[in-house]
Design a protein. Structure first.
Lengths: 208, 766
C-alpha cells in the first residue's frame, strides 16, 4: 500500500511543481480575463531610413477579438483591429482609414499576429503561422513563421519571448526584405479600468 | 370503306416526316437572338459581348448576414473553395478584393510612374515639383512607410521615389470611398464562368451548384445567411425556363382544348384523326422548312407558331362542314366550288404573316416563314389530299341554334344593328386620340421584374454605377480607342464640374494611351531640373529618409505600359468588363454614376466614335422602330388585301363590305385599348394585323358563300372562329406577357369579326 502511494506521488510530481512552459500555458497566460493593457517601446530598422525609428505607447486587447495600438511617441496614432476590420487614425495629419484585415496579405500578417497573441487565440495563430516553441530554464521563445507568402520572398517571422511563468516581454517582427521591428513590452495591467479606457479609445476612433 | 392508296401512303409517310422534323431540327432558345439586334457596328459588337463576352459570363453573388452582423471569414473561405471547384467556374473573387491590384501597384505600375501619373502632366507637375510640395511629399512618404501598408510603399518607392505611380490611384481611392458606403452585413463576390451566359443548360447547372454549396455551408456552419444572385446568366436561365414552361404548357393545353372543341363540334374521333393528321403534317413541314432556311428554329417561333393550328384548321373545317358524308365525286365537286374562297382567305392571311415578318422584330421573320409555309401546305393538302382521307361514314352535324339564329336575327334587324355598330364605331374613333404607345420595351417583360428588382438591390450594395448606361468609345486600334477616351475624360470632367455627373470610371489610372504616356514622361524629365532634384534630396534628409536610396530620381525607363500587360495582370479582373478588344474594332465602356443624360449627350456631341449609350434607350429606340415599321407594314398589308379583293370583286362596295367586319373589329379593339388606357406596343399591332387577316377570311367566306348554303358557311366560320379563338386564347395562360398580348388581341378580334359579318355583309344566297 505504501509502495503504491509512493508510486502515485512520484508520478504526479511533474503536475504538481515541476510544470514546464508550453505554448498552451503561455497562450493561456496571454489571454486577458477582461481586458489587458501593455506598454511598448518599438524600434524599427528600415532600409529606407537613415536612422532607426523609435516609437512608444500602449497595446490593448479585449476578448474575443479586439486589439488596439495607441502610439503616443513620436506622434499620436491609433490603430485598432476589431473582428476583420482595421481602423487607423492619425490626428495630426487628420488621416483616417478603414479597411478589411486580410490575414493572407503579408502586409497585414503582423497585425493579425498581434491580435492573435494579445487575445491568446492559439487556434487563430496556428491557421496563419507555423509555430515553434522553445524554452530554457528561465525563458521561453515562440517563433511564428507565416504560412502564406509570395513565392520569391521569404516569409514574415515573428518572435515572441518572455520569462518563465510570465507574459511576453519582447517581440520582434522580421520582414522578408530585411526590415524589422522590435518591441519591448512592460507593465501589463488588467481589469475593468483598462476595459473602460479601451472602450473610450475605440469610441473616439469609431466616432472619428 | 377501304382507304384510298393516297391516304394509305399519307398515313405511312406521316411518322417518317415527323421523325425528320424531330431529328434534323436544331431548336434554339436564346431569347436575345429573338428580340435584340444592333443597328451599327458598335451595337452589334456590344450585343455579341452581352451574349457571349466577359460581361455575360459573370454573376454577382451577394451574401446577407443580417442587420448588424458580418459574414464569417471561415464561411467565405470554405464556400469560395467549393465554388472554385464547380465545373465551368473560371474564378471567384470578392468585389472589394484589392490584394491582386495592390500587388500590381508594386510589381507593374511602380516602374511606369513617370508615364501614368496624370492625364494633364503640366498641371500636375506644377503642383508636385515645388519646394514645399516636395517637402510635403517626403513627409507623406515617411508616413506611408511607417503605416500598415509600409511594405508595399517600400517596394514602390525604390522604383518610384516620388510615388508618382500612386498619383492617379489617389483619385480612384477617393472615388471608391465616396461610392463605397455599403453596409458591412453584405459580402459580395464576382463569379466568372467559362461558358457564355446564354449557354442556358450549363448555366442552369452552375446556378444549382452555387445554391447547393451555399446551403451546405449554411448548414455546416449553422448560419442563416441569405444568398442573392444577379447577372446575365441568371436572366437568360429565367427567361428560357419561362419560355420552355410556356411552350410545354401552351402546347398541352391548346391540344387538349382543341381536341375537346373538335369532338364537341364534329362528334367524331375519325374526323378528328383526319384533321389532326393533316395538321401534324403541316407543322412538321413548317418546322423542316424553317430549319432549312434559318439553320435552326427558335422555341418562341414554335410557341407563337402553335397558333398556326388555329389558322390552318380553318380550311379542312370548311371542307368538313360542306362535304361531310358525301360521296367522293360530290365531295370533290363541292370542295372545288368553295376552294376559291379558301384560296383568297389564305392569300390575305399570308399577307398578314408576311407583313409580320417585315415588322423588323428579328424572331418574327422566322414566325412568318413558319406560319406562311404552314398555310400553303395546309391549303394544298385540304384541296388535294383531304378529299381522299374523308369517307362517307362521317356524321353530318346539325348546326347549333346560334348559327341559324344570328344571321337571321341580323337580317331582320339589320339597319338597327348597323346603326348600333356605327354609333360604337364613331365612339371608337373619338377614343382613338387617347391611344398610348408603349415607350419602354422593358414593360414587355414584367414577369422578369423580380429579377430586375433583385439586380438593383444587389448593385446598390456595390458601387452605385448605372449598369445600363455608359459612354461607348470605339477605335480601330487599342491606341486609337485610348486616345479618344482621353478626350472623353476631359469632357466628362467638365460635366462633373457643372454638377451634371456625379462621377465616372474610365480606364485611367489603369491605362493611358502610348501617346499620353510618352508625353507624361517627356514633360516630367524636362521639369526634373537640378534644382528640383536638390529640393527633393533636402526634403528626404529632413525626414530622416535615405538619400542614397531615394534621392536619385531616375525616371528614364522607356517602355510604356500596354493594354496586354494590364490584361495579363491581376488588374484584369477589375477592368476586363470595360474593354472589348477585337481585331478591327475595339470598344471601351466608361461607367457612369448618377448623371443627367441630356448634359452628357450634349457634352459628347460632335465626337466621332463616341456615344452615350443607354441599354434601355437602345431597346426603346428599337421599340419605336418596330412600332413605326409595324404601322407601315400594317397599312401596306391592309392596302394589299383591299387591292386583291377589289381586283377579285371588281366592285369597291363589295370590297369594303367584305373588309368591314375586319376593319370594324380592329377599330373596336383599338378603341378599347384607348378607353382602358392600355399602352400599345408593336406587338399589339402585330396581333392586330393577324386578327384583321383572319377576319378578312370570314368576310370573304360570308360574302362569297360559295356553297350557297349560308347556315353551313356560317357554321364553318363558327368552327374556324372557335378554334382560332381557342388556340390563340390558350396563350393567355403563358407566363410570357408577349404571348398574353397576342392572345388578347387575336381572340377578341376573331370573335368580333365573326359576329360582325352577318350584320355588315349581305351574302349571296342560292
Amino acid at each position: 500500500m505504501i509502495r503504491k502511494m509512493l508510486a502515485i506521488f512520484l508520478l504526479s510530481l511533474p503536475a504538481m511543481g515541476l510544470a514546464q512552459e508550453s505554448i498552451e500555458s503561455v497562450m493561456a497566460r496571454m489571454k486577458p480575463d477582461i481586458a489587458v493593457q501593455i506598454a511598448y517601446q518599438e524600434t524599427r530598422y528600415m532600409g529606407l531610413f537613415d536612422d532607426d525609428w523609435r516609437g512608444s505607447g500602449y497595446l490593448y486587447a479585449q476578448m474575443p477579438d479586439v486589439m488596439l495600438k495607441q502610439q503616443l511617441q513620436p506622434e499620436v496614432e491609433i490603430m485598432a483591429a476589431q473582428g476583420s476590420q482595421l481602423t487607423y487614425a492619425k490626428p495630426a495629419t487628420q488621416t483616417f482609414h478603414q479597411l478589411q484585415i486580410d490575414e493572407s496579405n503579408p502586409m497585414m500578417a503582423s497585425l493579425a499576429a498581434f491580435k492573435g497573441i494579445m487575445t491568446g487565440n492559439l487556434v487563430y495563430l496556428r491557421q496563419l503561422y507555423d509555430l515553434k516553441f522553445t524554452h530554457s530554464e528561465s525563458s521561453w521563445t515562440l517563433e511564428m513563421t507565416a504560412k502564406d507568402h509570395e513565392e520569391n520572398e521569404a516569409p514574415i517571422i515573428i518572435i515572441m519571448q518572455g520569462l518563465n511563468q510570465k507574459a511576453a516581454n519582447k517581440m520582434a517582427v522580421i520582414l522578408p526584405d530585411g526590415d524589422r521591428s522590435t518591441y519591448k513590452l512592460s507593465q501589463p495591467q488588467q481589469g475593468a479600468a483598462v476595459k473602460a479606457k479601451l472602450a473610450a479609445l475605440l469610441q473616439s476612433l469609431n466616432g472619428h | 370503306m377501304r382507304p384510298s392508296l393516297a391516304s394509305l401512303f399519307f398515313f405511312l409517310g406521316l411518322p417518317l416526316l415527323i421523325a425528320i422534323a424531330v431529328f434534323t431540327t436544331h431548336i434554339q432558345t436564346n431569347i436575345s437572338a429573338f428580340v435584340i439586334a444592333g443597328d451599327n457596328a458598335e451595337e452589334i459588337l456590344l450585343a455579341s459581348e452581352i451574349q457571349s463576352g466577359t460581361l455575360s459570363r459573370r454573376y454577382i453573388l451577394s451574401i446577407d448576414a443580417g442587420e448588424g452582423k458580418q459574414v464569417s471569414k471561415v464561411f467565405i473561405q470554405a464556400w469560395l473553395s467549393q465554388l472554385q471547384a464547380i465545373l465551368g467556374v473560371v474564378d471567384v473573387w470578392a468585389t472589394d478584393e484589392k490584394r491582386g491590384a495592390l500587388g500590381a501597384l508594386a510589381s507593374l505600375y511602380a516602374q511606369h510612374g513617370a508615364q501614368l501619373y496624370s492625364r494633364t502632366p503640366e498641371q500636375t507637375l506644377a503642383e508636385i515639383l515645388t519646394q514645399p510640395a516636395l517637402a510635403k511629399r517626403a513627409a507623406g512618404l515617411k508616413q506611408a512607410l511607417l503605416s500598415p501598408q509600409g511594405r508595399m510603399i517600400k517596394k514602390i518607392a525604390v522604383q518610384d521615389p516620388l510615388l508618382l505611380s500612386l498619383n492617379g490611384f489617389k483619385n480612384l481611392a477617393t472615388q471608391f470611398k465616396n461610392q463605397h458606403n455599403r453596409p458591412t452585413q453584405y459580402a459580395n463576390f464576382i463569379l466568372e464562368t467559362q461558358m457564355s451566359g446564354m449557354d442556358v443548360p450549363a448555366q442552369r447547372q452552375i446556378q444549382a451548384q452555387i445554391k447547393a454549396t451555399f446551403a451546405e455551408q449554411n448548414n455546416l456552419t449553422a448560419q442563416a445567411y441569405q444568398l442573392s444572385m444577379t447577372g446575365v446568366p441568371l436572366f437568360a436561365v429565367a427567361t428560357q425556363s419561362m419560355m420552355e414552361a410556356d411552350i410545354k404548357f401552351v402546347s398541352l393545353i391548346s391540344t387538349v382544348a382543341l381536341t375537346l372543341l373538335f369532338l364537341f363540334i364534329f362528334r367524331s374521333f375519325r374526323v378528328m384523326f383526319w384533321v389532326f393528321s393533316l395538321l401534324m403534317t403541316v407543322m412538321a413541314v413548317a418546322v423542316i422548312v424553317t430549319n432549312l432556311i434559318f439553320g435552326s428554329v427558335h422555341g418562341m417561333t414554335i410557341a407563337i407558331g402553335s397558333t398556326l393550328v388555329g389558322v390552318c384548321i380553318d380550311y379542312p373545317i370548311h371542307v368538313l362542314v360542306h362535304a361531310q358524308g358525301m360521296e367522293y365525286v360530290q365531295r370533290v365537286k363541292i370542295i372545288k366550288k368553295i376552294f376559291p374562297s379558301l384560296l383568297m382567305g389564305a392569300i390575305t392571311t399570308l399577307i398578314g404573316y408576311v407583313a409580320l415578318g417585315l415588322s423588323g422584330y428579328p424572331g418574327f421573320q422566322q414566325v412568318a416563314v413558319y406560319t406562311g409555309t404552314g398555310i400553303i401546305v395546309s391549303l394544298i393538302l385540304t384541296r388535294y389530299l383531304f378529299p381522299k382521307l374523308m369517307t362517307v361514314e362521317a356524321k353530318v352535324v346539325t348546326p347549333f341554334w346560334f348559327i341559324a339564329f344570328w344571321p337571321a336575327f341580323c337580317q331582320r334587324y339589320r339597319w338597327g344593328l348597323i346603326g348600333a355598330v356605327l354609333v360604337l364605331s364613331v365612339a371608337g374613333v373619338v377614343q382613338l386620340d387617347r391611344l398610348q404607345w408603349m415607350q419602354d420595351l422593358q414593360q414587355l417583360t414584367p414577369e422578369l421584374d423580380y429579377l430586375k428588382v433583385q439586380d438593383k438591390k444587389i448593385r446598390e450594395r456595390l458601387v452605385s454605377m448605372e449598369p445600363g448606361r455608359f459612354v461607348l468609345v470605339s477605335g480601330d486600334s487599342v491606341e486609337q480607342m485610348l486616345q479618344r477616351a482621353e478626350q472623353v475624360y476631359l469632357r466628362l470632367d467638365k460635366v462633373k464640374q457643372a454638377g451634371d455627373l456625379e462621377d465616372y470610371f474610365g480606364l485611367y489610372p489603369w491605362l493611358l494611351s502610348q501617346q499620353q504616356q510618352l508625353k507624361n514622361q517627356q514633360t516630367l524629365l524636362a521639369d526634373l531640373t537640378g534644382e528640383t532634384r536638390e529640393f527633393w534630396r533636402n526634403a528626404l534628409q529632413s525626414q530622416g529618409l535615405s538619400v542614397a536610396r531615394l534621392g536619385d530620381l531616375d525616371y528614364t525607363q522607356s517602355e510604356t505600359l500596354t493594354a496586354q500587360q494590364v490584361l495579363q495582370s491581376p488588374v484584369a479582373k477589375l477592368i476586363s468588363n470595360q474593354m472589348i478588344l477585337a481585331d478591327q474594332h475595339n470598344l471601351l465602356l466608361i461607367w457612369l454614376t448618377s448623371h443627367k443624360p441630356e448634359a452628357l449627350q450634349a457634352a459628347l456631341s460632335g465626337m466621332p466614335h463616341v456615344q452615350y449609350f443607354s441599354q434601355r434607350d437602345m431597346l426603346n429606340r428599337m421599340a419605336v422602330d418596330y412600332q413605326q415599321r409595324a404601322q407601315i407594314t400594317l397599312l401596306a398589308g391592309l392596302t394589299l388585301i383591299t387591292l386583291l379583293l377589289w381586283i377579285r370583286y371588281k366592285s369597291i362596295l363589295l370590297t369594303l363590305q367584305t373588309l368591314s367586319p375586319a376593319f370594324l373589329a380592329a377599330l373596336l379593339i383599338l378603341a378599347l385599348w384607348a378607353w382602358t388606357g392600355e399602352a400599345i406596343s408593336f406587338l399589339h399591332l402585330v396581333g392586330f394585323l393577324l386578327a384583321v387577316a383572319i377576319c378578312v377570311d370570314y368576310g370573304i367566306f360570308y360574302q362569297e358563300n360559295r356553297s350557297g348554303h349560308l347556315v353551313l358557311t356560317y357554321q364553318a366560320m363558327a368552327a374556324s372562329m372557335m378554334t382560332s379563338a381557342l388556340v390563340f386564347g390558350c396563350l393567355i395562360f403563358a407566363q410570357t406577357s408577349m404571348l398574353q398580348t397576342l392572345a388578347k388581341v387575336v381572340s377578341s378580334g376573331v370573335v368580333l369579326g365573326f359576329l360582325l359579318c352577318p350584320i355588315l355583309i349581305r351574302p349571296k344566297q342560292e
